[in-house]
Design a protein around this ligand. Structure first.
Ligand code: ADP
Ligand code: ZN
Ligand code: ZN
Length: 761
């Protein structure tokens, strides 16, 4: 833009003007060009200097309506001035987004097929946009040569002189109370100096209150074992190389991955750069968070319970470079670090790294883009790497580092599968716990060990069904069975939270024999309490964990040994490290196995392998019992043998044959609306346009599947259809979606979205 020098002989109505490109958060796509008035183009006026990454108020539409948008570019362009409107105001006193971050958001918009403005709004937290928890304050600076002018004016006030000297000696602007304190004077002399024009005020935002994190005991680095040392050395050389690199750190559960991250980050901090550490969910990883805070002075923990003001303060101090390590969930990948040195994604296989609402990004892919933009390494750590990461390591695009053994030579736990197809052999009494599992629990508890039980289904009964006519109680708004929650005596939809009183008789045939079937965590809890009345038990699922801090409380009470049995949903499968857990029981390994999702086997393998990893971390060892109806399923067999490579080989062969990711790309279109017929017709029309777009672009190997009824056919009162587009080249598929969308208007009430690299069905 800047090399568009005027050609002297060109005669044109257009002239060179400073023009800002502005992206609006909602509405039409843009970017739109606006003239920048001279007052906003003066870098000597930093408060209102218009640079990319700041927000602006601009006139938009009819009348004198103005809207807030993001300035994404400023340049000199040859334009006809009367065709453009003018920027009204600069909102931010500093850029919210650096140039690399602007490029990253641009990439996300292209890659995930969503408006740039929507991405910008997702990247800058609401608390930052609203400048929560701050107020404007006057800061003072001395004008150049102020002291000489003070003498020239023959001013006499000793207090004024002292205040002026204080300010002139300061290397940053000071507030009036700061000057008064340093110069030991009242506020009056400061006013005097302003009146004489010797000092100037600028308005800046400051935090209304600043929080301090609780002090935490310091820990020193552990001595690395030889595998950790080798891993650390390879990461260190990647850091010293000063270029982008992807590293898959495949370390079995308890192999000491976190210690490797910590030492790598110490190295990063030693040359004054920052690190971002993404964890699946802050509240489920209190131990990891605590270890980071024990090793670094300046850690920002970005969790979902922060107030807007707290979030804004973290953002500001990160942007000022005051924070060494940022630990957070998915969105922490957007932390505005000035000199990022390393990104770590712990448990990178977790589904929480994919956002399930627009922009539907995956933090792993965004992190890799950011690592490339900032020329830094990205570490993907897991005991069960995602196949996406694994394939890149196999192809040599990413480096692979293994930690094949647990620390201190601890063995991995023995895993036994229990075949539930033979109830006579395995069941005893009513309930979900088989005889061998019951026996193992007795032994573990008697030996003073603790027990973890995994059941990935919340609620009490997972369905309410009439044995006489087969009726299943479903949500009024969704095509899903309601789950009985005994605690509140209600039948609840887990998708839309709709609830109804549980029926006493079948609503259809009036039979009183209606049955509450299927075991959820609440019923399991009841069973455990009645089987083991002498032991204490706690449950962890979204229903029992509604309050802030409840995860941390339960986990730390379990760590202190205040109860013996912890049962719950996949929440308890994450990276917890409890040496006294000697038994893990998986109540039903098959809950995810038959979902209509090409990742069903991968998720089953991950869940079983991860929860198995919670035991055998202490001197007493540990064992794992897995109840399943599919003991021969390759995912379950491999998990029982701690054999990731075997699982990956088998699963990758299946994916390759079906052209599923990570081989080739996939985009899913979801079409939904209140009327079934219109939604279906829209899906069909879109399907035809997609097929035409694929054909006319000559996208080889691409196919359009559907439209079909979505696996969840009805959700929150809307009928849902979906289309899948698969092909070897993601970019070509996206172009086809753009072409198909061009000029396509869905009928009123029908909406459709594109989910790039979809996760949930
Ligand atoms: P992972 O993240 O691979 O599951 P962690 O980093 O949580 O493993 O390590 C498991 C346990 O081993 C932790 O309690 C940790 O303090 C301990 N540990 C890690 N590295 C070492 C080491 N080199 N020497 C002794 N203990 C270690
Ligand atoms: Zn009935
Ligand atoms: Zn519902």
């Amino acid at each position: 833009l800047f090399d568009a020098e005027p050609e002297a002989w060109e005669v044109d109505a257009a002239e060179l003007h400073t023009v800002a490109s502005v992206v609006l958060p909602t509405g039409p796509k843009g970017p739109f060009d606006y003239l920048v008035p001279a007052a906003l183009a003066d870098s000597q006026q930093p408060q209102q200097f218009l640079e990319p990454g700041r927000r602006v108020r601009v006139p938009f539409g009819r009348g004198d309506r103005t809207v807030t948008g993001y300035c994404v570019e400023v340049g000199v362009k040859r334009v006809e001035a009367n065709r453009l409107k003018t920027v009204a105001e600069v909102v931010d006193s500093r850029a919210l987004l650096s140039a690399p971050m602007l490029r990253l958001t641009r990439w996300m918009a292209d890659y995930y097929l969503c408006p740039w403005g929507q991405v910008l709004e997702a990247v800058v937290p609401a608390g930052v946009r609203g400048m929560a928890g701050t107020r404007e304050v006057n800061f003072f600076t001395a004008i150049p040569g102020a002291l000489a002018k003070f003498s020239a004016l023959k001013l006499r006030s000793a207090q004024q002189r002292k205040a002026l000297e204080t300010l002139a000696a300061s290397n940053r602007p000071l507030t009036a109370p700061e000057i008064a304190e340093a110069a030991d004077c009242s506020l009056a002399p400061i006013k005097g100096l302003v009146k004489h024009g010797l000092i100037e005020a600028i308005r800046m935002r400051v935090a209304t209150d600043s929080q301090s994190a609780d002090a935490i005991g310091r820990e020193s680095p552990l001595e690395l074992n030889s595998d950790q040392e080798a891993a650390f050395r390879r990461i260190k050389s990647a850091l010293d190389a000063g270029k982008a690199s992807g590293i898959v750190l495949h370390g079995v559960t308890g192999s000491g991955k976190t210690e490797v991250y910590l030492q790598a980050i110490e190295h990063v901090a030693s040359f004054r750069r920052q690190a971002i550490v993404l964890v699946p969910e802050i509240s489920l990883t209190p131990q990891t968070v605590r270890r980071f805070r024990a090793r670094f002075d300046r850690v920002a923990v970005l969790h979902s319970h922060l107030t807007d003001a707290e979030r804004h303060q973290h953002w500001q101090s990160i942007a000022r470079g005051e924070v060494e390590v940022i630990v957070g969930a998915r969105s922490a990948i957007f932390a505005p670090t000035p000199h990022l040195g390393l990104i770590v994604i712990d448990e990178e296989h977790e589904t929480t790294f994919k956002q399930d609402q627009a922009p539907r990004y995956h933090a792993r892919d965004v992190a890799w883009q950011r690592a490339q933009a900032e020329h830094i390494p990205l570490i993907l750590g897991s005991a069960t790497p995602s196949l996406e990461a694994w394939v890149r390591a196999q192809r040599g695009e990413f480096e692979k580092i293994s930690l094949p053994k647990r620390v201190m030579n601890l063995p991995l736990p023995d895993v036994m599968t229990i075949d539930m197809r033979d109830p006579a052999q395995t069941r005893f009494g009513h309930g979900a716990i088989t005889r061998p599992l019951h026996q193992a629990m007795v032994e573990a508890l008697r030996g003073g060990g603790q027990v973890i039980l995994l059941l990935n289904r919340r609620g009490f009964s997972t369905h309410i069904q009439c044995p006489a006519c087969g009726f299943v109680l479903k949500c009024d708004h969704c095509d899903l069975a309601l789950t009985y929650h005994r605690q509140h005596n209600t039948a609840l939809c887990h998708y839309c939270d709709h609830e109804v009183p549980p029926p006493r008789a079948c609503p259809d045939c009036k039979s009183p024999a209606i049955r509450y079937g299927g075991v959820g965590t609440q019923k399991l809890e009841e069973e455990v309490r009645s089987r083991f009345p002498d032991y204490k038990c706690a449950r962890m699922d979204v229903d029992s964990m509604r309050q802030r801090g409840s995860h941390e409380n339960v986990l730390s009470a379990f760590q202190r040994g205040e109860f013996n049995i912890l049962l719950g949903t996949q929440m308890i499968a994450k990276g917890l490290d409890f040496p006294n857990v000697t038994l893990v029981g998986v109540i039903n390994a098959d809950t995810a196995l038959h979902l209509p999702d090409f990742r069903a086997a991968e998720r089953t393998f991950q869940l079983v392998a991860q929860v198995a990893g919670r035991t055998g971390r202490g001197k007493r060892g540990g064992r794992v019992l897995v109840q399943t109806l599919n003991p021969e399923h390759p995912a379950i067999v491999a998990a029982a043998r701690h054999d990731y490579a075997r699982f990956a080989d088998h699963e990758l062969a299946t994916r390759r044959a079906a052209h599923y990711p990570p081989f080739g790309a996939m985009i899913r279109l979801i079409i939904r609306g209140p009327a079934e017929a219109t939604a279906r017709e829209t899906a069909q029309a879109l399907g035809e346009r997609m097929r035409a777009a694929v054909a006319s672009n000559g996208v080889s190997g691409a196919r359009v599947i559907g439209p079909g009824v979505a696996p969840i056919a009805r959700l929150r009162g809307e009928f849902r259809f979906h289309l899948q587009i698969q092909g070897p080249e993601g970019a070509a598929l996206k172009q086809a979606v753009r072409d198909a969308a061009q000029g396509f208007a869905a009928p009123d009430g029908v909406r459709w979205i594109a989910d790039v690299d979809p996760w949930d069905m």
